[in-house]
Design a protein around this ligand. Structure first.
Ligand SMILES: [Fe+2]
Length: 473
């Protein structure tokens, strides 16, 4: 069944920040040649304007029967018209896409806007007792048997039902982040989050327990207002990325929708907060000015160094103020932090453009061998790269001509015999058909054709992060 909802023009919501919309400084030209104004609203960046429910999806190949649960992915999907000259990719209304698998069948596909009061109004729905807040657009996770949509700067996360209907803003959670890190040994979520009410001088370190209750909140003083998108966890430390993209108070005063900009004078440093320590215990180490959104993983080596594998950029939000890709290309690097010397050594792992690094979910914060990224070419996502972080070798999962992937999520196989014994899931856009597939690969064998392609009845726009949420969890 396909349901078309009436869409009316709407003023742009502000899920990322509570500043008003205004014009954008276009006085500088972005450096990446494939960039163009409006690119974050064109091609497969363009939003879809319908919500779809489809059941018994057609499949090519064979879905592993052990996969029982949902693959969920969040991304920006502005409802109503927006101005290409000022629209920032990070600010679109959140839309969660979900595919349920069960016993070899693809039972359903759903896509749903994450409701706030404006979206409910535009869609002509009743609030129905829900407590509505933002429309988180960046990540969607399963935790404590529940489903949560997340964004870097939001209020509390928004809880969604199993079928992706919006339940409402989570009670008892503070303002949150898109990228909590799960401790695989305790099931707790660790996060670095803004404190919007007191933004200018600190962030918060938060721990949510396995029952979705706030267990710890610690203020981390900072100089200025850096953009902190993600964090890392190791056995001993919480890793804080204090990098030179900061809130521009001038842009705030101008009413800019997305007031973060490149600020090399801020400096770049990595903080190691002992898990049970205080802010006075943080070990800060400087590194050359650069920016990073996403670590692949971090861990301590046998010499006590903290090894961080991360996708980094030379510059961010300098000339391109509408999205992340115009100023420089994302490349995979290793930062090795020596806590005793307070130094950071950088090694380039792979200079091909790539983003959205992931690893085996049970090895987060621990030594590991394999990581997976989404390879990019001319700002389109053309391959999945499998990295052997021990040997430096890499392999390519080719997606096919005119096929463009999304973040690849690794699901270990039951009874796995090796770290890479499992499945890679990615939502792949098929340019010629203007729709998408959920593609499942054998992670051990990049040369092998996909195990299964679940044919979705709709296009899934390029977005951000996804996760496999097994029913058993
Ligand atoms: Fe992210």
């Amino acid at each position: 069944m396909v349901t078309r909802r009436s869409i009316v023009k709407a003023s742009l919501a502000l899920p990322f920040a509570s500043w008003a919309l205004a014009g954008c400084d276009a006085s500088r030209r972005p450096a990446v040649s494939a960039w163009s104004e409006g690119m974050y609203l064109s091609g497969n960046y363009a939003p879809v304007d319908i919500e779809v429910t489809a059941t018994d999806l057609p499949v090519t190949g064979k879905i592993p029967e052990e996969l029982v649960g949902r693959y969920l992915r969040n991304g920006p999907n502005p409802l109503g018209d927006v101005d290409p000259a000022s629209h920032h990719w990070f600010t679109g209304d959140g839309m969660v896409h979900g595919i349920r698998l069960d016993g070899g069948r693809a039972e359903w596909y759903r896509n749903r806007w994450v409701r706030n009061e404006r979206i409910v109004g535009e869609l002509g729905e009743a609030v129905g007792g829900r407590v509505l807040g933002g429309t988180p657009n960046t990540n969607v996770i399963g935790h404590a048997g529940r489903t949560w949509a997340l964004v870097e700067s939001g209020p509390a996360p928004v809880e969604m039902s199993y079928e992706l209907d919006t339940i409402g803003v989570s009670k008892g959670w503070p303002g949150y982040t898109a990228h909590p890190k799960i401790d695989p040994d305790t099931g707790e979520l660790h996060a670095i989050a803004y404190d919007w009410a007191n933004l200018r001088d600190h962030v918060k370190y938060l721990v949510i327990d396995r029952n979705a209750q706030l267990k710890k909140s610690l203020d981390i003083p900072l100089g200025g207002m850096p953009m902190i998108h993600d964090m890392s966890l190791t056995k001993q430390y919480v890793v804080i990325y204090d990098l030179p993209v900061t809130v521009s108070l001038l842009d705030v005063a101008r009413g800019l929708q997305f007031p973060f900009r490149w600020d090399p004078d801020h400096g770049a440093r990595i903080g190691l907060l002992p898990r049970t320590g205080t802010p006075d215990d943080i070990i800060w180490s400087s590194l050359p000015a650069q920016y990073a959104y996403h670590p692949m993983n971090a861990y301590e080596d046998d010499r006590g160094n903290v090894v961080i594998d991360i996708v980094r950029y030379d510059r961010m939000f300098d000339a391109d103020r509408l999205g992340p890709f115009g100023d420089s290309e994302p490349r995979l690097a290793r930062w090795t932090v020596n806590p005793s010397a307070r130094t950071v050594a950088e090694d380039r792992i792979d200079d091909r453009p790539q983003e959205f690094p992931r690893c085996h979910p049970a090895l987060n914060s621990k030594p590991y061998q394999f990581g997976y990224t989404l390879g990019a070419q001319d700002l389109a996502y053309t391959s999945i790269i499998k990295h052997d972080m021990k040997t430096g070798a890499s392999d390519i999962f080719s997606l096919g001509e005119g096929h463009h992937g999304g973040e690849a999520y690794f699901v270990p196989r039951q009874g796995a015999q090796s770290e890479d014994d499992g499945y890679l899931m990615s939502i792949v856009y098929i340019e010629s058909a203007r729709r998408s597939d959920l593609v499942i690969f054998d992670a051990r064998d990049p040369a092998r054709d996909a195990l299964a392609r679940v044919h979705l009845p709709a296009r899934v726009p390029y977005g951000f992060h996804g996760n496999w949420v097994p029913d058993a969890a």
